[in-house]
Design a protein around this ligand. Structure first.
Ligand code: AMP
Ligand code: MG
Length: 399
């Protein structure tokens, strides 16, 4: 049986990043993974500019200024943000500037207007300002040639802002990962259809489609399938043609209807491993079909979702081209107890806020999906732990 870590490592070793790239506009780049580094083509800001309303001048001219004996300078003009005129400011002179206005190279500081008499033709300055003070220098945010987006990095809103500030309009990203999603089970009915006694609504298709969308994956969510190995095998073979990865739920345990063990050989897929030493989702089955990973999750909704987060999500990030794929971990103190002992490793749902870890909901069974609402982490309880008490320090996997 694999551990969480060995199973994940095996899966990642089989996951090949998509090769195709595409050029997208900046506004379409959010969440996409950069396929090329972006070096700043220009500097930002593009020119020395004033960060406040005042006067730019030569600091030496006001070195001895005080309220009692102000320095008196002639004002050569006025520049606001957007002013394209190039002023020359000789010694003994000042240029009235508003925030964002260019500061000519001969000026080495800006004095705030509050420290002057705000004069129009001549200005009286009441205090000195040091050399180089109150000027935003060209390139101080980003120098030309700086790396502003790394290959393998997911594009964030902040990246988009920086790229826009540099005049960049397009980014080369990996194409989106395409995943096939299939929930299996004779009992499954799609929402909107009437339920007969013994049937349940297919929650996995909905929740995993939503998670795939959140991760920027193109999901091909098939209609749920009955527990017939041949049918499921044909459906997956057909859908696999246009997919990078296959994700299924249901039918991986040891029961009569646990068909996925027959589906893999029926498709000619190779089994990578079966079973992981953890609850929930221990019967996780993983295979490879024509170089594509098959991630077969247990049907219990929490088991499916927890295993999706710890196994499928890193795999999808790697397929998508992200270089950072490891699980993010944290630590915190429990604000309530968990009464069950954990002879084996167990993941339970919780919400991490600061260094507090609150259990979400009261039903921790793997068939319950409700306690997933508000959950932002999974507490990773090591095998051999007793019941957990309020105040215990726990390790969490952040979602
Ligand atoms: P299985 O993994 O097929 O043995 O299913 C385990 C449990 O999860 C059973 O109670 C199933 O009815 C339930 N289940 C399976 N698939 C789904 C699904 N797509 N949505 C909600 N519950 C499911
Ligand atoms: Mg089943």
């Amino acid at each position: 049986m694999e551990t969480l870590e060995s199973a994940l490592a095996l899966m990642l070793s089989q996951a090949q990043t998509v090769r195709e790239t595409e050029d997208v506009s900046l506004s379409a780049a959010l969440g996409r993974v950069a396929a090329q580094v972006v070096l700043a083509p220009v500097q930002a800001p593009p020119f020395d500019r004033s960060p406040l309303d005042g006067y730019c001048l030569h600091s030496g001219d006001i070195a001895a200024a005080s309220p009692e004996s102000p320095a008196r300078l002639s004002v050569v003009g006025e520049a606001c943000a957007g002013c394209t005129e190039r002023f020359h400011v000789p010694e003994g002179c000042a240029l009235r500037v508003m925030t964002g206005a260019p500061v000519p190279p001969e000026c080495d500081c800006v004095v705030r207007q509050e420290d002057t008499d705000e004069g129009m033709n001549t200005v009286r300055v009441f205090r000195p300002v040091g050399h180089g003070k109150n000027v935003c220098y060209a390139g101080e945010d980003v120098a030309r040639g700086d790396c502003v987006l790394h290959r393998g990095e997911a594009v964030t809103a902040a990246h988009i802002g920086v790229l826009a500030s540099l005049g960049v309009t397009r980014v080369t990203v990996y194409r989106r990962v395409r995943a096939v999603l299939l929930s299996t089970g004779d009992e499954l009915v799609q929402p909107g259809q009437p339920l007969t006694y013994g049937q349940i609504y297919d929650a996995n298709r909905a929740v995993l489609t939503a998670r795939l969308a959140e991760l920027g994956v193109e999901a091909m969510a098939l209609d749920s399938a009955a527990d017939e190995p041949e049918t499921v095998a044909r459906l997956l073979e057909e859908a696999a043609r246009s997919a990078d990865v296959l994700i299924t739920t249901g039918g991986v345990s040891v029961g009569k209807k646990d068909i996925m063990h027959r589906v893999l050989p029926c498709m000619g897929a190779r089994r990578l491993f079966w079973k992981v030493a953890m609850k929930p989702g221990s019967p996780l089955l993983c295979g490879v079909y024509q170089d594509r990973l098959m991630i077969c999750l247990s049907g219990n909704p929490f088991a499916a979702l927890a295993c999706f987060e710890v196994f499928a999500s890193p795999v999808l990030r790697k397929l998508a081209g992200q270089t950072e794929v490891s699980l993010r971990r944290g630590k915190g103190r429990l604000t309530g107890g968990f009464p069950k002992a954990s002879p084996g490793r167990r993941l339970i749902r919780a919400r991490c806020e600061g260094d507090c870890v609150h259990l979400t909901g009261s039903n921790h069974s793997s068939g319950s999906l409700f306690s997933m609402i508000g959950c932002n982490c999974l507490i990773d309880i090591p095998a051999g732990s007793g019941p957990l008490q309020e105040g215990d320090e726990v390790e969490v996997i952040l979602l």
